[in-house]
Write a protein that binds this ligand. Structure first.
Ligand code: AMP
Ligand code: TRP
Length: 347
């Protein structure tokens, strides 16, 4: 991979370098169609066009209480979910954050150029702290700085995420700009890559809340591992709006959400789906939506079962991914330490 560095595409004889993509996902809870449509599917679809690094962010998961067994089981499960969804280790680096120590080291250096007031404004912190600021971990508070370290360590151009992560990417840009201003041009300023469709899939129980792993109601989400019958039941029970026409609109948040799930899984636009169900009513629409989701998740579930039957496969791929990530991270940290004046080089 030695040719990558310096291949900026600026000179007439250099090949244009592919844009660098980095994204992360926490190994916590069970993954749902919001994670899939808002993030994972986009990573997979764009894989061939970019130079990709995908990270299972286990250290971020420690910001809320975890157990040793729970965490290690979730890491392997998530790796298998990502592989089953189509992440291809030939095209993308897939690794576990704690396998590359440079993430925590860079996090500390970035803490020194991050303002307390900026972190206090983060809405994800406010949501997760739930008003209990005095009791939550300090890790939950500095969570976005570790995320900035993840992204900046790999000279990332694009960060494909759901809408909820936009504020963290903006903070990452601010932190990078402040570091560059103080120590000289070191970090690339990344841009969020948020698709207009699917960036915010809402709860099936309450279309004013986003679909979330931590939702206490099991009916709020469709998990990627739900059985066909469970999927059918959850979609049948999903709340709808008053009226009977299958149309989206600001006064129809529930239908808008179900239509966008349909459109994304069917590779159609929302107006195309509306036309298809004109005059047909909610019952027929929901029944078809359930079958569509079952059908789209089936191949992922099949591959997942195969992968879960042989955990050594994911373990090996993660070890290889970590090795590749470490090479890049180590080179970047040499540069960063030198800029800051830590980690040797004093003679
Ligand atoms: P999380 O579930 O918070 O670990 O998020 C993992 C990824 O899925 C991130 O890129 C999120 O932005 C995305 N994501 C999470 N929930 C949703 C949702 N309801 N709709 C769309 N994207 C989501
Ligand atoms: N905070 C992200 C989430 O909750 C996960 C994450 C950690 C991430 N590091 C990242 C996402 C770097 C994108 C890039 O979903």
């Amino acid at each position: 991979m030695g040719a990558e560095r310096g291949a900026t595409g600026e000179g007439p004889h250099l090949p244009a370098r592919r844009k660098r993509v980095f994204s992360g996902i926490q190994p916590s809870g069970s993954f749902h169609i919001g994670n899939y449509l808002g993030a994972i599917r986009n990573w997979v679809d764009q894989q061939a066009a970019y130079d990709n690094v995908f990270c299972i962010v286990d250290l971020h998961a420690l910001s809320l209480p975890t157990t040793r067994e729970g965490l290690s089981g979730n890491i392997l499960h998530l790796a298998n979910v990502l592989l089953a969804s189509g992440i291809d280790p030939e095209q993308s680096i897939l690794f576990v954050q704690s396998d590359v120590r440079e993430h925590t080291e860079l996090c500390w250096l970035l803490n020194s150029v991050t303002q307390f007031g900026d972190l206090r404004r983060m809405t994800q912190f406010k949501d997760k702290a739930g008003g209990k600021d005095e009791q939550v971990s300090a890790a939950l508070f500095v969570y976005p700085v570790l995320q900035a370290a993840d992204i900046l360590l790999y000279d990332t151009d694009l960060v494909p995420v759901g809408e909820d992560q936009k504020q963290h990417i903006e903070l990452t840009r601010d932190v990078a700009a402040r570091f560059n201003a103080r120590y000289g041009e070191t970090f690339v300023l990344p841009a969020p890559d948020i698709k207009p469709q699917g960036a915010r899939i809402m709860s099936l129980d309450d279309p004013t809340k986003k679909m979330s792993k931590s939702d206490p109601s099991a009916n709020a989400t469709v998990a990627l591992t739900d059985t066909p019958d469970t999927i059918r039941k959850k979609i049948r029970r999903a709340v709808t709006d008053s009226g009977s026409d299958v149309i989206a609109g600001p006064d129809k948040p529930a239908l808008t959400n179900l239509l966008s799930i349909f459109a994304l899984f069917a590779d159609l636009t929302v107006p195309e789906v509306e036309t298809r169900y004109a005059g047909k009513g909610y019952g027929a629409f929901k029944a078809d939506l359930a079958e569509l989701v079952v059908e789209r998740l089936a191949p992922i579930q099949e591959r997942l079962a195969e992968l879960e039957a042989d955990p050594a496969v994911a373990a090996r791929l993660l070890a290889e991914g970590a090795e590749r990530a470490r090479l890049r991270a180590a080179a970047k940290m040499d540069e960063v330490r030198d800029r800051v004046g830590v980690g040797g080089g004093r003679s």
